[in-house]
Ligand binder design. Structure first.
Ligand SMILES: C[S@@+](CC[C@H](N)C(=O)[O-])C[C@H]1O[C@@H](n2cnc3c(N)ncnc32)[C@H](O)[C@@H]1O
Length: 245
């Protein structure tokens, strides 16, 4: 796999604290100092070396993180990873790259990977924006999934919402031509914000249908409990690769 080992025991301040993070400034997350269970600690110690990816020395094609040459689907903010692992198990001929900053979630997901015996999942514990921008070469992702991104309700926090014009431009660059972006939220005003931002980006075309391959997670359940209904959309990129000379 690759380079500098980071992982278990890494303090919260080290996530995204490399010399590029300050350029972005506003983060779409706040790291909570969650307690690790004994199982999560074991997973971070023993399983991270098998499934964890650390920052490469230069931008790579994400297929290099995996054992099989196959399309790479990225899930941004996978939470505890239940959906990521379920999708990977359901599509063994594809690769699944999960990016999450919350350490207990990464530990939980490692345990799920082990339990499922999934060999087509890799995890990154870092700010997804920086991963997209600096770790991956352009036009290398088949699909990006963003399920229940943090809604950041207060107006003064809207700048923290991960979906911003710059984010969609970055995604358009990192997705393959015809690559897919799939987003779900249960917050109507975030849905409006997302729809408006995607509509402004000429690189994305709205698809008529959304894929039916994600599983119900605790955010689906919580939304239902709050009386919300999900807003779910998918887009594909129109971007064309430069014609080789
Ligand atoms: C509301 S939770 C949803 C979790 C999961 N998608 C689900 O449906 O269960 C949002 C998650 O996104 C993660 N997150 C937010 N911004 C992120 C970023 N820039 N990079 C990686 N993870 C991020 C948070 O840590 C959090 O776990």
């Amino acid at each position: 796999m690759n380079t500098k080992s980071r992982g278990p025991g890494e303090t919260e301040s080290t996530v995204g604290s490399n010399n590029l993070s300050h350029k972005r400034g506003v983060k779409s997350y706040v790291l909570r100092a969650g307690r690790l269970t004994t199982g999560q600690q074991r997973a971070l110690r023993d399983l991270w070396p098998l499934y964890g990816v650390t920052r490469p020395a230069r931008a790579l094609h994400p297929a290099e993180f995996f054992a099989q040459a196959a399309p790479v689907n990225m899930e941004i903010g996978f939470g505890n990873g239940d959906n990521l692992v379920a999708m990977a198990v359901a599509a063994p001929d594809e690769n699944f790259l999960g990016v999450e900053v919350h350490e207990p979630g990464v530990g939980h997901c490692l345990l799920k990977i082990e339990e499922a015996g999934a060999t087509n999942v890799r995890l990154i514990r870092h700010d997804a924006i920086e991963v997209l921008r600096d770790w991956l070469v352009d036009h290398s992702l088949a699909r990006v999934n963003l399920f229940f991104p943090d809604p950041w309700h207060k107006k003064r926090h809207h700048k923290r919402r991960i979906v911003q014009p710059e984010f969609t431009r970055l995604l358009a660059r990192k997705l393959q031509p015809g690559g897919m972006l799939h987003i779900v939220t249960d917050w109507p005003d975030y849905a409006e914000h997302i729809a408006a931002i995607l509509a402004q980006n000429p690189e994305f075309e709205t698809l008529d249908n959304t894929p039916g391959d994600r599983i119900t997670t605790r955010f689906d359940t919580r939304g239902k409990r709050l009386g919300h209904s999900n807003w779910e959309r998918a887009w594909c990129t129109r971007s064309k690769l430069p014609i080789p000379t």
